[in-house]
Write a protein that binds this ligand. Structure first.
Ligand code: NAD
Length: 416
């Protein structure tokens, strides 16, 4: 499985759900493929005066439930298949949290770490010039993803509005607040995951306020999870954290805000006072109540799944658990909150941003949190109920909920 490309994995996950649901052949085949995909060749002037040619993509996977929605990745390893897979997962993610949007994704094969701000701005504007006729609040709405930022979203919105000669703030989300971004977007992914942990703890009879937790990956998702776990659950002991350079642990617990400061000041979690070093591999197997994988894909495999002690695994990262590991965790009684449920808080607040842009009326932070809490709690309940009824693992249960909703929309439209 590991050597398969991500789109093949996404198709196989769908196949399993389709089989379980007894989906008819036409609906199944329709949902295995993107409805539309675009490939662009973008010539961009670099600061040295030379032109560099970039390959870019936009995949609109399925719009049966509403306009397609999904981030833009700028990454050297971007291929059409990574974009297709992520677009498929966006389709299931929007459906599982029941927001009226389809799934899409975009990407540019590039290395932003080697580009200046002015080069990034020219690439952002070139991308919008190529794709603008396919975008819009009623068609397809991009957002930030790996290596794209609120500033890049601002340039893109400006280019779109310049082409159209009109205001269109809802054409893209994840914008800075000063130009139509939403309150609460920054920590939305981790916040949505912690709301799911709170609900799952109730089901497991776990005392959330005294729960111990560990976090692999200490970027946007991981850092917010560190502080929000305690804030939302009313307590908790942070036992271990790691980043790409390695991890630290302390059985007595660490102050989440202090280790976030340490990471921001030193660039790493290493050498945080009163801790011992721990490897990224050992962190996954540490004895804690809740484990948050918040870094990379494919870290929980059939090799280490049997050693994982956490009762709850909240997948803030995309794809941290392989299909074989899922089955082992299920059999051993570890409850997995699967990625497209656990990290759906980000797209949910992006949807709120789109709604606010359309009404030209902006919500308070408290309103955003209350609405996000409701959506995540309902999504968790729907998936958990399906897991109980169908006696399947949580990821398959999430697929069953999402695919049922998308298939119903396709049928109602008369497509299949
Ligand atoms: P980020 O780039 O801000 O942080 C990633 C972190 O992972 C960094 O601390 C990095 O040091 C660490 N890391 C990298 N390699 C590692 C390794 N080998 N072992 C341990 N740690 C390692 O990224 P992010 O936005 O926090 O995203 C993390 C994951 O969450 C990704 O899978 C992403 O797709 C997913 N996600 C993020 C969001 C969001 O809104 N930020 C939304 C949905 C999903």
């Amino acid at each position: 499985m590991a050597e398969l490309n991500p789109f093949k994995i996404a198709q196989q996950q769908l196949d399993e759900a389709a089989k379980y649901l007894g989906l008819d052949a036409a609906t199944h085949e329709f949902l295995r493929w993107p409805m539309r995909e675009y490939r662009f060749t973008l010539p961009v002037k670099m600061d040295n005066g030379q032109t560099k040619v970039f390959t870019a993509y936009r995949v609109q996977y399925n719009n049966a439930r509403g306009p397609t929605k999904g981030g833009l990745r700028w990454h050297p390893d971007e291929t059409v298949d990574t974009v297709r897979a992520l677009a498929a997962w966006m389709t299931w993610k929007c459906a599982v949290v029941d927001i009226p949007l389809g799934g899409g994704k975009g990407g540019v094969t590039c290395n932003p770490k080697e580009m200046t701000e002015t080069e990034k701005e020219r690439l952002a504007r070139a991308y919008i010039r190529a794709v603008n006729s396919e975008l819009g609040v009623h068609r397809d709405v991009p957002a930030p993803d790996v290596y794209t930022t609120p500033q890049i979203m601002a340039w893109m919105m400006d280019e779109f509005e310049t082409i159209r000669g009109e205001s269109h703030p809802g054409v893209i989300t994840g914008k800075p607040i000063a130009i139509g971004g939403s309150q609460g977007r920054g920590d939305a992914t981790a916040r949505g995951g912690v709301y799911c942990v709170r609900e799952a703890a109730k089901k497991l009879g776990l005392d959330a306020a005294t729960s111990s937790y560990a976090i692999q990956g200490f970027g946007n998702a991981g850092q917010f999870a560190a502080t929000l776990h305690r804030e939302i659950l009313g307590g908790g002991r942070l036992i271990a954290v790691s980043d790409s350079r390695g991890g630290v642990c302390s059985r007595d617990g660490m102050d989440p805000a202090a280790i976030v400061r340490h990471k921001l000041e030193t660039g790493s979690v290493q050498n945080f006072p009163n801790t011992q070093p721990i490897s990224n591999e050992d962190l996954l197997e540490i004895d804690v109540d809740v484990l948050y994988p918040a870094a990379l894909e494919g870290v929980i495999t059939e090799k280490n799944a049997g050693n994982i002690k956490a009762k709850l695994i909240c997948e803030l990262a995309n794809g941290p658990t392989t299909p074989a590991a899922d089955q082992i965790l299920h059999e051993n009684g570890n409850l997995v909150l699967p990625d497209f449920l656990a990290n759906a808080g980000g797209v949910t607040v992006s949807y709120f941003e789109q709604v606010q842009n359309t009404y030209n009326y902006y919500w308070s932070l408290a309103d955003v949190h209350a609405q996000l809490d409701r959506r995540m709690t309902e999504a968790f309940d729907a998936v958990y109920k399906t897991r109980e009824q169908a006696a399947v693992h949580m990821r398959l249960a999430a697929y069953l909920v999402a695919v049922t909703r998308v298939a119903e929309a396709c049928k109602l439209r008369g497509w299949v």
